[in-house]
Design a protein around this ligand. Sequence first.
Ligand code: PGA
Length: 233
Amino acid sequence: MIFAANFKSNHSRASFKEYAGILGDFWSEFDKKDDEIIIFPPFSAFCGCALNGKNISLGAQNFYPADNGAFTGEICADMLSEFGINSVLVGHSERRALGEDDEFVRAKFEFAKAKLWRVVLCVGEDDIVHMNGNTCEFLESQLEGIDLAYEKLIIAYEPIWAIGTGKSAKPEIIAEILEFLSLKTKAPLLYGGSVNASNIAMITQIPHCTGVLVGSASWQVQSFIELIKASKA
Ligand code: PGA
């Protein structure tokens, strides 16, 4: 299972250092088999963090698709490589809500692919598309122009209506969408949207589910550890 943690704009450098120490100790003792953790903290937390170990790494929540240049306020590849970052989130609905359209998402994907980075590409529909039963069509449009055979691609299905609401999508809905995606790509498929210690065991049973992208339930280290443990219950 892949346990990806999206911290969003939470954790200072100091608090993440403490978090990473506790998580690292837990992970070094954990019976991992095929399991992996990828933490996406804020950029500032990359510095001074000692999260090294087997199947545990850091990724970037965002980047501007250039090595460097005149892009005020953006973080580019040169800055990420200084911290050895080679996993990135692309297409998260909160970035899309800030103005990243499909074209820009594609440009970021292409750039990341050229860098041979691992790309966790987020796709997902809002409640209107969901209620109208147009989810598959909508996801199809979000995936247009994305190289679904890219070997370092991971796709996270994150219905917007389930993100941060405390109500994850029902297993039958997740199953239907992951089945649909599995017909298009061999990439590992994650589910995200209110994943927590109470629903993780059910979610990981869903066919084609290779892992989860966790927001709020990952922000406290004990909560994230409980979630990982519960996935094996
Ligand atoms: P959530 O966030 O787990 O708080 O719903 C998931 C995400 O935004 O990736």
